[in-house]
Design a binder for this molecule. Structure first.
Ligand code: PA5
Ligand code: NI
Length: 183
């Protein structure tokens, strides 16, 4: 059994996996390369904790995890996750936010984009064939839990090459969604 710190975004127990992404790991994720270069490479952008009770390719199994995105910006762009399609494209996922405010960017395979506001208690169903990225548009950490299929896998390459259709930038202090000019 595992124990969750639901609002703190932590999982305690044996076999919990953890990763963190710092500015240095996120080259090419943010549009403003000059701003990215000028930042401390050790700045934490987001961290993930998750459990894998089954093998990664287990059909029918589920994984459970939490992501904490720090508040911050690279140039005008808010801190965000890398974003991905699932390697098995038809696999869906649930996200639910518990702290902070942000935006869930969704994009289908024909690059048609939409977005959902994330606030404490918001529940988001991400259908299959849909890339997903979360942007922290607030002043506090954005914390959300996720549940996804064990055999979904992560395809980061497509987003790395082609980017998302939209980006979220700070415009006079408020988040604004703008079409991407480049991946
Ligand atoms: O499974 C998910 O979609 C999440 O747990 C993400 O992996 C997590 O939010 C980090 O985002 P990314 O994998 O796009 O870096
Ligand atoms: Ni996912």
């Amino acid at each position: 059994m595992m124990e969750l710190d639901w609002l703190g975004g932590k999982i305690a127990g044996e076999g919990v996996l953890r990763l963190s992404k710092k500015i240095r790991d996120l080259e090419d994720v943010f549009e403003d390369h000059a701003a990215w270069t000028s930042m401390d490479p050790e700045t934490l952008v987001y961290s993930v904790e998750w459990t894998q009770p089954t093998a990664q390719d287990n059909e029918g199994g589920l994984f459970w995890g939490v992501t904490v995105i720090e508040p911050g910006r690279v140039g005008e762009e808010f801190f965000m996750t890398r974003g991905h399609f699932h390697a098995k494209r038809d696999r869906g996922e649930y996200y639910t936010a518990v702290q902070g405010t942000g935006m869930l960017l969704l994009m289908d395979e024909s690059r048609s984009g939409r977005w959902e506001q994330m606030t404490p208690g918001s529940l988001h169903y991400i259908p299959g064939h849909t890339a997903h990225r979360v942007v922290n548009t607030g002043q506090d950490p954005l914390i959300f839990w996720a549940c996804w299929a064990s055999d979904a896998g992560h395809d980061y390459g497509t987003i790395q090459r082609e980017g998302f259709s939209h980006r979220v930038i700070a415009s006079e202090g408020s988040p604004r969604l703008v079409p991407s000019t480049q991946p």
